[in-house]
Design a protein around this ligand. Structure first.
Ligand code: MN
Length: 289
């Protein structure tokens, strides 16, 4: 099942015919993003609600996808967890990137780990990526990182690896937009619009093997910068969920970026970034000042 948020944070199911508004199935709904805990409750209770959601999706009517404004398909997550150094070829390229942007190598940044991004950095498939004036004025590079994104269903702590995938609601597509500078990761990656997510969440059963997603990023139509398969993860999805849950309790609706593929590079105002993942969909995002 493909779950989308659209318009005034309506809940939709994406079908072959378009988006069906299934908001009426929810026990509670609040369009105000400040008070909207309903989406986290949906992540927690999805399996119980699923039969009604499926029936509503089948009943229709479907709205054409190009006639609605898709929002980020996540709302008020308690946190965005993000992985660093999850592909060997990306770790290798970061030696050159750090030498160019920092003038030296930060060896502690070359190992797999997780860190946090501000949830307020989330934007949707219809939104632009806005480059912060202070960063542009400082001449610092801002990079795309095109990543598989996990959405947590049932939370937990100290989750064993062999049951970790049971805690995954689904998967979506995200960009971890990143300033290359000497600042802390949470600062460099948390500007507004630095976490575009979408176009919808594909539930785990429909998404298939998380160790076989093809990720691509194409800049300006012909600059094919990132092309990788998640089978090349250093730390696979189940191990990421388990590892993160030993550090912090995972809550329903938490969002996990799984790490940058090789091919990271600078973006500029005027760029168009198409990011796509097999079976999950694609987004084309404009970069503006
Ligand atoms: Mn990243």
């Amino acid at each position: 099942m493909k779950l989308a948020l659209f318009g005034e944070n309506r809940l939709g199911v994406v079908t072959d015919d378009g988006v069906v508004d299934v908001t009426a199935v929810l026990p509670a709904h609040d369009p105000d993003p400040v008070t909207a805990g309903w989406w986290r409750a949906l992540c927690r209770d999805f399996h119980a609600l699923r039969p009604e959601l499926e029936a509503a999706a089948k009943a229709g009517p479907a709205l054409p996808l190009n006639g609605v404004r898709l929002r980020a398909p996540v709302l008020n997550p308690s946190k965005i967890i993000a992985c660093a150094c999850n592909y060997r070829d990306h770790v290798a390229e970061m030696h050159d990137v750090q030498q160019r942007t920092l003038g030296h190598i930060e060896s502690w940044m070359m190992d797999f780990d997780v860190f946090l991004k501000a949830p307020s950095s989330i934007s949707g498939p219809a939104d632009n990526i806005v480059l912060p004036a202070e960063v542009v004025a400082a001449g610092q590079e801002i990079h795309h990182e095109s990543e598989l994104v996990i959405v947590i269903g049932s939370g937990g702590r100290d989750i064993p690896e062999d049951t970790a995938l049971d805690h995954v609601l689904g998967y979506t597509v995200g960009l971890d937009v990143t300033v290359r500078s000497a600042a802390d990761r949470s600062r460099r990656k948390s500007y507004d619009t630095f976490s575009p997510i979408g176009p919808w969440v594909t539930t785990a059963d429909e998404a298939g093997d998380p160790a076989d997603f093809q990720i691509d990023l194409v800049r300006n139509g012909d600059d094919h910068r990132q092309h990788v398969n998640t089978r090349d993860f250093i730390t696979p999805v189940a191990a990421i969920v388990s590892y993160a849950s030993r550090m912090m309790t995972l809550l329903p609706g938490d969002v996990v970026f799984t790490g940058a593929p090789p091919g990271v590079g600078p973006i500029q105002a005027g760029d168009s970034l198409e990011t796509r993942i097999s079976r999950l969909g694609s987004m084309t995002l404009r970069v503006v000042r």
